[in-house]
Design a protein around this ligand. Structure first.
Ligand code: GDP
Ligand code: MG
Length: 171
């Protein structure tokens, strides 16, 4: 029997957007309110995606200020989840530069990624409209999910992680 494929995923985005909360939600279906913001971890996870067992290695990044480290994380990953916080416009504005750096580091390959607007439960303090996220994702030719690590009702968090795996497997 063929060995199950392995996919390396890295999660990027400004500090505080909820990267750790999303990863923990995906892995445990639970929400953890406080997660050490300086902690950087990798997790292994197996999932059945379209009738194929895929082993994911997920890197929850931190310490975004270290440019060299960021680039080495980008070289490491096969696929990427770029996260912003819908209540933090600055985090949305960081998406474009992150994407450009990814393209630069991965050149000439095109980069499998998904865009996630997190904290959709905080709609009353929203700073970034859903259509803005959709537009940016269309520009980046990637899938877009608005979701909430703390109130993940429709399973959008898992869907985002599965979709980036599919993107990697398609290349
Ligand atoms: P990271 O720095 O990107 O890893 O962000 P964290 O996962 O540490 O989350 C930063 C803060 O945002 C924490 O206080 C979390 O409780 C909170 N948070 C994360 N995701 C959500 C969410 O979907 N909704 C709400 N309301 N808070 C969230
Ligand atoms: Mg974190």
């Amino acid at each position: 029997m063929a060995k199950s494929p392995e996919v390396k995923l890295a999660v990027f985005g400004r500090a505080g957007v909820g990267k750790s909360a999303l990863v923990v939600r995906f892995l445990t279906r639970r929400f953890i309110w406080e997660y050490d913001p300086t902690l950087e971890s990798t997790y292994r996870h197996q999932a059945n995606i379209d009738d194929e067992v895929v082993t994911m290695e997920i890197l929850d990044t931190a310490g975004q200020d270290d440019v060299q480290q960021r680039e080495s994380h980008m070289r490491w990953g096969d696929g990427f989840v770029i996260v912003y916080d819908i209540t933090d416009r600055g985090s949305f504005e960081e998406v474009g530069p992150l994407r450009s750096l990814l393209e630069e580091v991965k050149k000439p390959k095109n980069v499998p990624l998904v865009l996630v607007g997190n904290k959709s439960d905080l709609d009353h303090v929203r700073q970034v409209g859903t259509e803005e996220g959709e537009r940016l994702a269309a520009e980046m030719a990637c899938a877009f999910y608005e979701c909430s690590a703390c109130a993940d009702e429709g399973g959008a968090v898992a869907e985002a992680f599965h979709e980036v795996c599919r993107e990697v497997r398609r290349r």
